[in-house]
Design a protein around this ligand. Structure first.
Ligand code: ADP
Ligand code: MG
Length: 278
C-alpha cells in the first residue's frame, strides 16, 4: 500500500473510532518516538495516554458546564482567616468527596455574605473534577422549575433527571418562603435523595425557623429528619465578607483622599468617591 493511501485510511479509521487526539497527534508523536528510539508499543502507549487524558478533560468540562455553577469559585480564593468560624479541617475533608460516595449531606449555615455560596461552589467544582455528576440550583429556581414541570406534566421526568446526579446543591434555603405545593415538591426531592444522593444545602436559617419557611411542622420535621440523618454541618457565623471588603475599600479610598487632597490638619471628615461621609 502506498504511504499516501495508508495515511488516508488511517485518518479515516481514527475518525470512525472517535479518537480525535490520536488523529491530531499520531504524526508528531511518531517523529518524537523516532528521535527517542522508542519502540512500537511505547508509541502506541504515548498516543493512547494522550487520547485518554484529553477524553477525561473533555468529560470534566462537560460535567462542569452541566453543573451550572453560578460563578467559578474555588477553595484557593477562600480566605479561612477572614471567616474563623468555618471549620477548615472539615472543609478540606469534604473537598475529597467521600461524603458523596457515602451519600451523606452537607449543610452550610450562616448569615449573609459569609461565604456559603463560595464554599458550596468550591465543593461542587471539586466534585465535578472527581467525575461526579453535579447540579447547582438556588432553592427558588428549583422550586419554580418543579412547579412549572408539574403544570406541564413533566414532573416525573424532572424528578428522574434530578435523581441521576451524585450531588445536588440547593443554595439559599430560607430566603423566600414556599407555597404549600412548593414545599411539598422540595420535600419530594429531599426524600428521593435520601441515602441515594448527596445534598448540599446552604441556608441563613437556624433550624427553629425552618417551619416558618416550609409552612408545616410535620413536613419540616420529616424533611429535617432526612436531611440531617447523615450530615456534615459547616457554620459560617462571622461578619459579612462583602461588608468587610466594602469597609476596607472605604478606608483605602479615605487614606488616598487624605494623602492627595488633604493635610491631616484639615480635619477627619472626608467625602469618598462613593459619596459616603466617613
Ligand atoms: P453567602 O452565600 O454566605 O451570602 P457568598 O459566598 O456569596 O456569601 O460571599 C459573598 C462574596 O464574598 C463572594 O464574592 C465570595 O467569594 C466572597 N467571600 C466570602 N467569604 C470569603 C472568604 N472567607 N474568602 C474569600 N472570599 C470570600
Ligand atoms: Mg449565597
Amino acid at each position: 500500500m502506498s504511504e499516501g493511501k495508508a495515511t488516508v485510511l488511517l485518518e479515516h479509521h481514527l475518525q470512525a473510532l472517535r479518537l480525535p487526539t490520536m488523529l491530531r497527534e499520531y504524526a508528531p508523536v511518531a517523529a518524537a518516538c523516532t528521535t527517542d528510539k522508542a519502540d512500537y508499543a511505547s508509541y502506541l502507549l504515548r498516543l493512547t495516554e494522550r487520547e485518554l487524558l484529553d477524553r477525561e478533560r473533555r468529560a470534566a468540562d462537560r460535567r462542569l458546564k452541566a453543573a451550572r455553577l453560578p460563578v467559578m469559585k474555588t477553595l484557593d480564593t477562600f480566605e479561612f482567616a477572614a471567616q474563623p468560624s468555618v471549620n477548615q479541617t472539615l472543609v478540606r475533608e469534604l473537598m475529597r468527596g467521600e461524603y458523596i460516595t457515602k451519600h451523606e449531606n452537607v449543610l452550610i449555615v450562616g448569615n449573609s455574605g459569609t461565604g456559603k455560596t463560595h464554599l458550596a461552589t468550591a465543593l461542587a467544582f471539586a466534585a465535578c473534577a472527581q467525575g461526579r455528576k453535579v447540579r447547582f440550583w438556588t432553592v427558588t429556581q428549583l422550586v419554580r422549575q418543579l412547579l412549572e414541570s408539574r403544570e406541564d406534566r413533566s414532573l416525573q421526568r424532572l424528578l428522574t433527571q434530578l435523581e441521576r446526579h451524585h450531588l445536588l446543591v440547593l443554595d439559599e434555603l430560607g430566603y423566600v418562603p414556599f407555597t404549600k405545593a412548593g414545599a411539598e415538591l422540595l420535600f419530594e426531592v429531599v426524600s428521593r435523595a435520601y441515602e441515594r444522593q448527596s445534598l448540599l444545602v446552604t441556608t441563613n436559617l437556624p433550624f427553629e425557623e425552618w417551619t416558618e419557611v416550609f409552612g408545616s411542622q410535620r413536613l419540616t420535621g420529616a424533611l429535617l429528619d432526612r436531611l440531617t440523618h447523615r450530615v456534615h454541618i459547616l457554620e459560617a457565623n462571622g461578619d459579612s465578607y462583602r461588608l468587610k471588603e466594602a469597609k476596607k475599600e472605604r478606608k483605602r479610598t479615605r487614606s488616598r483622599t487624605k494623602t492627595s487632597d488633604q493635610t491631616p490638619e484639615e480635619g477627619v471628615e472626608t467625602t469618598t468617591d462613593r459619596g459616603i461621609i466617613t
